[in-house]
Design a protein around this ligand. Structure first.
Ligand code: ME8
Length: 641
């Protein structure tokens, strides 16, 4: 009997375009789906968009659109992106579709009939960006969301509650009995300790806005968007209207939900509780991956560092982009998307290791046997070790994929690829070729290599569907690689004598690491700066600048530029003559102001008047030199240092 496998991504909010984060989960799901197909499973893979809720309603409003118009314009952008990334999903679900509304109504009714929904009042804080209720003890800085940092809204409204607390023990028991229910382990521990702090009942209805699925037993209320969204996983498998399919891809299937760590609690707590209440089987695994940053920083539109998959595909090609994402970090860990490490990864793993192996092998086959497969039954030194590593690789891949550890599976494959490169160096086909008596051994060595490449191409197919198919073409295999099965990789003789190999063409070009222009830090300084006519600090200390108060001011007779001031210092009253009359036609306004003056200048006489100091002024092109005024609260005599 064929085994069934159902894999999902989160359904993404339509408020932003897909980016490297959403691409990551979707590529991961595609890799898993394709891998399971190579294992002989009947696979169903669903992705989609989450289209209800306050966030969407408000976003549409700011664009003068109805929520439906807004979501209709956004959903295709996800579909387009998934096509570009070669995502082979079976179904794209939109929560505004009638089939989904039917499913939500059905599960609500079932849970309600069970007595697990009651009417109450919700009073508390709500994060619209995360569409989540935030308990008071999680609020940060008095009114901000602990997850996204946005300001919270106070909500006080009649609401229907789901008795989630009732399922706490049952859920804990399930997690305990199914150690792989939540993967990776670190996330499981986090979820378990959260549950142990006691689950609260969940508010599952809203009645202060309209964009959602109405609740039959609660007129005026719409379904809380997460209760609605999580249900998509059963909508898509026919919960409301296709019992046969539901039986196949839910009840009798492995069910794996993939998501980022941001929403693991919704999937590992709320969703299983909903299913327990509705009497539906729980998923097999809830797998949360880590968070991507870009060149070491959190991705954000305002910083302009959001990694756009289109651009990456243009630079490296789809398959290489998919490979790098899956290989760069362990699935549960956070990762940084940095050009330098991506290019290093491409050059070492793809161009050097795999690309070279393919080229060398096909090049030698062409040179020694004209590209036509020969008989080769002379096993020799190193063959055993190569074959052993292959056995290990198969086990590593199987074990890693069972735990959804993509990078570990790839690591295992590359161990085999490295072993094959080493095998070439050990067996030195070029030496064997020189000796006519070693011809058959040479054939065996070369056959081991083409067989190894055939095997590897099937294993890398889920990650790089096009490149692996290119390898098959170069090996002269005409069947479509998507039909390949891992089960068939047990032997070592895929090629019969006489088989014609294809032409070798480099499939992974080496790339140069671009010299990335140093990002100009707006606050950066020039440490080499030379300052002309610089003075020592001691020179400055000689100048006494202090705060003085203007007591009186008048024009100096016969000098239309000069004003005569009486100023108060800490130790008495002085007279200062200043050439700022043009800047202050109504000089009286200055009386009472505190200004800065140099008070240790040698007194001089100007137009017969003594000046016992000098005001500091700012040259102002528009309206002449102005005094530097100081806040009236600053103490008289305060020194400028
Ligand atoms: O949460 N790194 O939708 P969403 C890694 N509609 N993954 C990232 C990421 C990043 N920087 N940014 C986003 C929702 N993701 C709900 C889901 S499901 C019933 C409802 C990925 O558009 C990751 O998978 O905010 C994360 O969980 C998801 O996008 C959040 O997508």
């Amino acid at each position: 009997m064929t085994k069934n496998f159902y894999v999902t991504t989160p359904i993404y909010y339509v408020n932003g375009d897909p980016h490297v984060g959403t691409a990551y989960t979707t590529i991961a799901a595609d890799v898993l789906a394709r891998y399971k197909k190579t294992c002989g499973y009947d696979v169903y893979f669903v992705t989609g968009t989450d289209e209800h809720g306050q966030k969407v309603e408000e976003a549409a409003k700011t664009r003068n659109l109805t929520p439906q118009q807004w979501t209709d314009s956004m959903a295709p952008r996800f579909k387009d992106m998934w096509e570009k990334l070669n995502i082979e999903y079976n179904d794209f679900i939109r929560t505004t579709e009638p089939r989904h509304k039917d499913a939500v109504k059905k599960i609500l009714k079932t849970v309600y009939d069970k007595g697990d929904i009651y009417k109450g009042e919700y009073e508390g804080k709500y994060c619209v960006a995360c569409e989540t209720f935030v308990p008071e003890n999680s609020v940060v800085n008095e009114n901000f969301c602990p997850d996204c940092g946005k300001e919270l809204r106070i909500v006080k409204e009649e609401s229907y509650f789901f008795k989630m607390s009732k399922y706490q023990d049952q859920l804990l028991k399930h997690i305990e009995e199914n150690p792989d229910f939540i993967l990776p382990n670190s996330r499981k521990n986090e979820v378990v300790s959260f549950i142990k702090q006691n689950l609260h009942d969940l508010s599952i209805s809203r009645n202060t806005f309209e964009w959602g699925i109405p609740i039959d037993f609660a007129p005026g209320h719409i379904t809380y968007v997460w209760f609605d969204a999580l249900t998509n996983y059963i909508t898509a498998t026919g919960y409301a209207n296709n019992p046969e399919m539901f039986d196949k891809f839910w009840n009798n299937s492995e069910v794996v939900h993939l998501m980022g760590k941001d929403i693991v609690r919704f999937h590992a707590i709320i969703w299983p509780c909903m299913l327990l209440s509705a009497g539906i089987k729980l998923p097999t695994n809830v797998v949360a991956h880590g968070w991507w940053t870009s060149e070491g920083e959190k991705m954000s539109k305002s910083k302009g560092n959001v990694v756009a998959p289109e651009l990456e595909i243009e630079k490296y090609g789809v398959d290489v982009f998919r490979y790098c994402l899956m290989r760069e970090v362990n699935f549960g860990n956070d990762g940084d998307y940095a050009t330098k490490s991506i290019i290093t990864r491409i050059n070492t793993d793809l161009a050097n290791d795999l690309g070279n192996l393919l080229n060398r092998t096909l090049g030698m086959y062409k040179k020694y046997f004209n590209g036509i497969v020969v008989k080769g039954d002379i096993s020799g030194e190193f063959d055993e070790s190569l074959k052993n590593i292959w056995e290990e690789t198969l086990i590593t891949v199987e074990k890693s994929m069972a735990k959804v550890e993509f990078s570990k599976a790839l690591e295992g494959m590359w161990k085999f690829i490295s072993r094959m490169n080493k095998y070439i160096d050990e067996t030195t086909p070029w030496t064997l070729a020189k000796d006519e008596t070693s011809k058959e051994r040479l054939g065996t060595v070369m056959n081991n290599l083409i067989n190894g490449l055939y095997k590897v191409s099937v294993l890398i197919y889920p990650y790089m569907p096009t490149k692996s198919s290119d390898i098959w073409r170069q090996l002269g295999v005409i069947n479509p690689i998507k039909e390949a099965k891992i089960e068939e990789l047990k032997g070592w003789n895929f090629f019969n004598p006489g088989h014609v190999l294809g032409e070798a063409e480099p499939i992974f070009p080496r790339l140069e690491i671009p010299v990335i222009e140093e990002k100009k830090d707006e606050l950066s300084i020039n440490e080499e700066l030379v300052i002309e006519n610089s003075i020592e600090i001691g020179d400055f200390d000689k100048i006494k600048i202090e705060v003085v108060e203007i007591l009186a001011v008048e024009k100096v007779k016969g000098a239309d530029k000069l004003l005569k001031f009486k100023v108060k210092l800490k130790d008495g009253i002085r007279q200062i003559i200043s050439g700022i009359a043009k800047s202050y036609p109504e000089q009286e306004i200055l009386v009472g102001e505190k200004v800065l003056a140099i008070t240790n200048l040698k007194p001089v006489k100007l137009r017969g008047e003594i000046s016992q100091g000098m005001f500091l002024t700012v040259e102002n092109k528009k309206n002449g030199s102005k005094l530097i005024q100081v806040d009236s609260k600053v103490e008289l005599g305060a020194r400028i240092k």
